[in-house]
Design a protein around this ligand. Sequence first.
Ligand code: FE2
Length: 189
Amino acid sequence: MADQSPAWAREIARHVLADALPGRWVHTQGVAAQARAVGPLLGWNTDLIETAAWLHDIGYAPALAVTGLHPLDGARYLRDRTNAAPAVCTLVAHHSGAVAEAAERGLSEPLLAEFPLNGHSGDQVIAITYCDFTTGPGGERLSPEKRITEILSRYEPDSPVHRAVQASAPRLLGQCREVTAALRASKRA
Ligand SMILES: [Fe+2]
């Protein structure tokens, strides 16, 4: 059976990130904690979203980085080197506006051909993106608006990441605001 438990994912992420990229490892732990905290309130498949949260940034690890598009590198590693369930690979491939960065890097075709999105995975991509965009570099909680400002400040204006985040920010912020509204409603209920 394909692997997709959070405990399995945590150990892969620890293995590739903890020593090589300790900052990403701290951020990753915060994103996973956010998935675990809000998933049950929103009716998410919390195990799946937490699993994707643990794995979403493994493509930054030097041992895995091939194309420079970390969602694609991470998803390919999971597909080719682990027994990851296809749903997990899809979420890693598409988290946090990966499509926009793929376009900047000329990698839209392989991303979409190898990891096609279907209607159901769209909502789950929004879930993992929300967890990522409400978690800062140190694992702290912050608003999606502040997170996007923080990302833009870390990358040069002409870098693919900066351009992609700037282009996709209105769409991603709109999605995050809908999740925030649903979360508020769930707490009132
Ligand atoms: Fe990421």
